[in-house]
Design a binder for this molecule. Sequence first.
Ligand code: NAD
Length: 316
Amino acid sequence: NRVLVTGGAGFIGSHLVDYLLSKGVYVRVVDNLSSGRLEHVSHHFGSKLFEFVEGDLKNPETALKAVEDVDTVFHLAANPEVRLSVTEPIVHFNENLLATFNLLEACRRKGSVKLFVFASSSTVYGDASVLPTPETHEVKPISVYGASKAGCEALLSSYSHLYGFKGVSLRYANIVGPRLRHGVIYDFIMKLSRNSRELEILGDGSQRKSYLHVRDAVEATVTAAENSPSTYDCFNVGNEDWVTVTEIADIVSKAMGVKPSYRFVATVKDGRGWPGDVKLMLLSIEKIKKLGWAPRLSSREAVEETARALVAELGL
Ligand code: NAD
């Protein structure tokens, strides 16, 4: 096996790289280090099984070099900031859709790739009318980020049907754990490190979502890659419970040993954090469970472990 992990210096990608290398798999990482960090993979420098290429997948030449001689692609490179897509849609068009198109084109032209796994997102469903939301629910994103992910899934579906490789899209819930550098837990920790007496919370705090520990997410990713039965398929990857934003504020405050007052900034209708924020997210995971995977930690446990890990990592 020769594996490409795009975005492998990022949060989920670097944990996937650790896992694959621990199994003796050859791994090439391509990352432009826009949000990823070299320190997330530098412990593998010197390993014969590991290759790091600094490059940007918006460049078609980089994409061609990236897939050279690999049989499996885990495509995680993207801009993961849902909020940014509201004010700068072009970023998500380029970083997500264009980069994915370049990579799929490279797979078509080089021909060695047999399996392409794409990191999609629960945001493709938008405000789902059914909770827990199954994969058969209609795709109706309410953020440009979600739209870019839905577009990438559609491209992968068509490329896998046309050009002889298997495609798997994984619709991740919120993934959390060590090395996380974006999202609500990290934001709260940063805010509290600046001012431990008051915490600004975007929205009314009642937004309720499902969180999955990155160790569980990596196992789900590999399970789906190895066992997905069809030419193309998509799987939800999440947890069976969910927590509110206010509960996360409580967990983070406790991990930091502080007792702030909460200031809710609810400027968007029905208490969302920002326009395009999905208020309720809980995915049905029945489909991927049939492949033999189940989460080990609950949403609450995953958030608690992440808060503790980040506080330690950041030296707070
Ligand atoms: P991350 O920002 O830590 O990782 C993304 C990586 O991609 C970074 O290392 C970044 O430098 C790299 N990258 C971005 N644009 C690139 C480009 N044009 N060329 C090469 N490299 C590029 O984010 P993450 O949380 O690890 O997310 C990984 C993937 O999973 C993303 O596709 C994200 O959209 C998706 N996802 C994440 C979550 C989550 O909760 N973390 C949820 C759903 C989906």
